[in-house]
Design a protein around this ligand. Sequence first.
Ligand code: ZN
Ligand code: ZN
Length: 391
Amino acid sequence: MQFAPVAPRLSMGVGYVSATELDFYELLEVERGADDKAIKSAYRRLAMRYHPDKNPGDAEAESRFKAINAAYDCLKDPQKRAAYDRFGHAAFQQGMGGGGPGMGAEFGDIGDIFESIFGSAFGGGARQQARRGADLRYDMEVTLEEAFHGKQSDITIEVSQVCKPCGGSGAEPGTGKRTCNMCAGHGKVRAQQGFFVVERTCPTCHGRGEVIESPCRACRGEGRVDEPQTLTVDVPPGVDSGTRIRLSGKGEAGPFGAPPGDLYIFLHVRRHHVFERDGTTLMTRVPITFTTAALGGLIHIPGIDGDKLALDIPAGIQSGKQLRKRGAGMPVLQGRGRGDLVIEITVETPTRLSTRQKELLQELQATETGDECPQSKGFFDRIKDAWNDLT
Ligand SMILES: [Zn+2]
Ligand SMILES: [Zn+2]
């Protein structure tokens, strides 16, 4: 487990349904040269079949429905279709024209574009390396106490795993693979584009150079299936809202046995009813009686670690005064020591005095000369001057 900057390919939310990586033409079950009419009618037929209303609760159908929409959105537009024919999925990434609905960050890598344009300059001709599975995000809420002590937490997430029957190959057990006819096993196809010879990932085998004879029934040839997985997350002491924990290799399985992505745990620390937090500093407001404020004394307040903290109130303290307890704040994440606790004092004026107490206060009042409270005295002296000036 380690801490890492946020992954650029991060997909949002748990249970993220991977957009299918099938070729748009394959998705719509049409030939590459199909005309607009054929594409439109294929889209209607398939959209009807996979529509969420017809497949309630079927995440796979929903994912396919989205992918079909994305494919149609692209292929119905002559400009987008031309770009797609040249660059494949990469055409709809990183500002190369808008993606359709359901087009996740998973489609291709920016490298595909460069490969397409510059071909062999980037080692083209070799079979494309299978791309990694998607990174996932999981949001976890912890209390301030948990952020203080750290905690171990089991989470269960729905995440795509390597399909067991086919071992991730996507081929039905007992059946084999054959060399792709389209690219003769190179994983790339070349086409003349004006002055350039453009090389792009083979649309039939997606760069793998081979195709499956008969797709695995368990995973529909994808080589991975969504399965709930329980993971233990170690939340170290000192985490704050915005802290991310990376669980390497716990993201989605890669397509066709490619390495898995990572899982990022995004932490959110719940608001606390006593303490406010700013980094490693904790802040709290403590009301004290006006007699304690006047005479001083020792009070006890709860610490975030569960211990009682003794706080020495100096005589004559005012409301709003801040006291500091060194080392009584939050621990330093992956470091040593603790921040401070800042205690803001509020002096509370009594509201329910007994007759006897009132008498005592009246006695006290009778002895007042005004010098006991220099601020009040100064203030009223200034007001008196102002009144005198007016008259
Ligand atoms: Zn399988
Ligand atoms: Zn091929």
